[in-house]
Design a protein. Structure first.
Length: 254
């Protein structure tokens, strides 16, 4: 075996059958011809026949070019297949990433829906509690107003009763004082000392009884005054509660 080459139309003499065997057995080695060169690819041949015909030269040249083109096509096909495989792998990676992203988005959507549901239930419950609290405050406000009116009426009635009772007490005191003065003025001077002393004792007893009555009336009056003060304190407490309720309702409206 020896190596020959094509240069223009000149060709060394080689055995045709052996060359074809080499082509069939894929022992035909080729290299891409260099830039700015007329050299054809190298061909492995057997140096036996030194004078091939021109037709054979053309045929060999054509077959060599076809073989080189076939090798180029095969390499190009392999390259395209490799590109397609890489693209398929890349698309599979992209598809996996997209699936993961869609799963993540779906999970976030479910989480968002759950949060929205919980928030909706929370705000609904809050509205219901607020309405219930408002109704309770309205009822307390109405009850406080009613109780305030009752207390005011009771205080007014007690004040009137206290004024009437004080007037009666004062009238009783004045009448008793007038009677005491009249008795003291009309008390005759009896020459009998024992009778005089008895009258003095009776007058003292009456005076003591009158003083006790006056003291009892004063105690009753003081008791009524204390009860009136307690009632006024209770009224002030109720008015404070009423004002706080009014202020709370005003804040609720704002």
């Amino acid at each position: 075996m020896s190596i020959g080459k094509f240069e223009g139309n000149n060709l060394f003499s080689y055995d045709l059958s052996e060359m074809r065997d080499h082509i069939r057995n894929k022992s035909f080695l080729a290299k891409r011809k260099k830039k700015n060169s007329n050299l054809l690819p190298f061909i492995i041949l057997s140096k036996k026949d030194k004078s091939p015909s021109k037709k054979l030269n053309l045929k060999l040249k054509k077959e060599g070019i076809e073989m080189v083109n076939a090798v180029k096509r095969r390499k190009e096909t392999q390259r395209q297949h490799k590109i397609l495989e890489n693209r398929i792998k890349h698309l599979q990676v992209i598809e996996k990433k997209e699936n993961d992203r869609m799963k993540k988005i779906q999970s976030q959507i479910e989480k968002f829906n759950l949060i929205r549901k919980v928030r909706s239930e929370y705000f609904q419950k809050r509205i219901e509690m607020k309405e219930k609290f408002k109704e309770e405050q309205d009822q307390k406000y109405k009850a406080a107003q009613s109780y305030k009116k009752q207390i005011e009426q009771s205080i007014k009635q007690k004040r009137q009763d206290l004024v009437i009772r004080n007037r009666r007490i004062m009238e009783e005191i004045m009448r008793n004082q007038d009677l005491y003065k009249l008795k003291k003025k009309k008390l005759p001077v009896d020459k009998n000392k024992s009778e005089y002393r008895n009258r003095i004792a009776r007058e003292k007893l009456e005076a003591n009884s009158f003083n006790r009555k006056v003291q009892d009336l004063e105690r009753v009056e003081n008791d009524l005054i204390e009860r009136l003060e307690d009632t006024q304190d209770h009224r002030r407490t109720l008015m404070d509660e009423y004002n706080s309720l009014v202020q709370f309702r005003a804040e609720e409206k704002h």
